[in-house]
Design a protein around this ligand. Structure first.
Ligand SMILES: Cc1cc2nc3c(=O)[nH]c(=O)nc-3n(C[C@H](O)[C@H](O)[C@H](O)COP(=O)(O)OP(=O)(O)OC[C@H]3O[C@@H](n4cnc5c(N)ncnc54)[C@H](O)[C@@H]3O)c2cc1C
Length: 381
């Protein structure tokens, strides 16, 4: 078993780490406080090829593997959770379904736009009344000649108001549940498509999260993405990949919290010695480092399986479940190690704590992931 990263993976990690630490990290506090989408950072990420990192070169991407992409997300998240979440949604939730299910014409038009960094993507599955119960969505798409007409409302859509292309999941055959759902590509500015305001959130404030409204929104018939009534299975496949990137987001935030805590523990003195000399603090750091390491290995395994073309649904669920919960514990302990200063907005650990909270919720809550994992365990027994 070889747990070493290859040369290309290491080079990508180093490149993204340098960029993230030099160009993103110094902006993270401002992005959070201003609740402003970091458009200028995304422009630079596009110039570096990051917005098409795992997309094949023929569609304007870099053609890197999933391990490299996960490393990139971790590095960006360690600098700024908001930027990382929007980046992960663009790649895993918009570029990936286009790559997997798109026609050559759709890929040429939309995937090339997204991968080149000239456009941003979003994925709209969740609705006000349906999140975990994704098949309970109500947005409809009705065929009318050479068009589909969309009506309905989406909720909590990352990049929703700033995306150039949105992958929209809608009911095409009412009454058939998960077997009557399809995916569509909707361009920004299409009449009848109106994004709502940026939802005020606890954290990840620079990542735009929006409601989307569709009222008699007509899109060309050619904008059906993938098979008719195959949209639910396609959405689940999309989320499988997305969970690897949410594991990476969590890991990056947890790592940033751990590194800040280790540095602080060496510096801060109490009772005449650095707090790092107290065993109580050492044990916290040891647990944080160990759990984050375990999370990283689960993430690598899921990414490696995906790259190897093997099944990875359960492994991605395990990676996301463990990484998000380990990172949350790390961010909690980071505040504890910082004491009162940890509760201050002057130190970044309070931001990490707010940002990491989403990771056990988005793209499958911890409860739903445990269901996914348990279902397979029980099938095997
Ligand atoms: C910042 C942010 C960004 C997001 N980005 C996107 C996006 O880009 N695209 C998109 O489509 N969606 C997005 N979402 C939506 C997200 O995926 C959902 O919030 C999530 O899936 C949970 O759905 P819900 O909020 O409706 O909670 P619910 O499904 O109502 O769940 C509420 C609680 O009940 C539990 N629960 C539900 N069903 C079960 C069950 N069967 N067994 C046990 N417990 C259960 C859940 O685990 C949870 O604890 C985003 C959400 C947020 C907050």
């Amino acid at each position: 078993m070889d747990l070493q990263l290859n040369e290309e993976q290491r080079a990508i990690r180093e490149m993204v780490r340098r960029f993230a630490q030099e160009q993103i990290a110094p902006q993270a506090r401002r992005i959070d406080e201003a609740e402003a989408f970091p458009a200028e950072i995304f422009q630079k990420m596009g110039e570096l090829g990051l917005l098409g990192l795992p997309v094949p070169e023929e569609y304007g991407g870099v053609g890197a593997d999933t391990v490299s992409y996960a490393l990139a997300v971790e590095e960006i998240a360690a600098a700024c959770g908001s930027t990382a979440l929007s980046y992960a949604a663009h790649i895993s939730l918009a570029c990936a379904p286009l790559q997997w299910f798109g026609t050559p014409e759709q890929k040429q038009r939309y995937l090339t736009l997204l991968a080149s960094g000239r456009g941003l993507g979003a994925f709209a599955l969740t609705e006000p009344q349906s999140g975990s119960d994704a098949a309970g969505l109500r947005t409809t798409a009705v065929r009318d000649g050479d068009h589909w007409v969309l009506n309905g409302q989406k909720m909590w859509i990352t990049n929703g108001a700033v995306a150039d292309v949105v992958v929209v999941v809608a009911v095409t055959e009412p009454g058939k549940g998960a077997h009557g759902i399809s995916m569509f590509l909707v361009e920004k500015g299409t009449p009848g498509f109106t994004p709502g305001k940026n939802e005020p959130k606890m954290g990840l404030k620079g990542s735009v999260t929006s409601q989307l409204f569709f009222q008699d929104c007509r899109i060309p018939a050619a904008n059906l993405l993938g098979g008719l009534n195959q949209g639910f299975i396609q959405a689940m496949k999309t989320l499988d990949g997305g969970r690897i990137s949410i594991a990476a987001c969590a890991l990056g935030l947890g790592r940033a919290a751990y590194e800040a805590s280790r540095a602080y523990a060496r510096e801060r003195r109490a009772f005449g010695q650095p707090i790092a000399d107290f065993q109580a603090i050492q044990f916290k750091l040891a647990d944080m480092a160990t759990q984050l390491d375990a999370a990283r290995l689960l993430m690598y395994r899921a990414a490696w399986l995906k790259d190897a073309g093997k099944p990875y649904t359960v492994e991605a669920a395990q990676a996301k479940l463990f990484a998000s919960e380990a990172a949350e514990r790390a961010c909690y302990e980071a505040i504890q190690i910082h004491g009162g200063y940890g509760y201050s907005r002057e130190y970044p650990v309070e931001r990490y704590y707010r940002d990491v909270r989403l990771m056990t919720i988005g793209e499958g809550t911890s409860e739903i992931l445990r269901l996914v994992i348990a279902r397979r365990l029980l099938r095997q027994a």
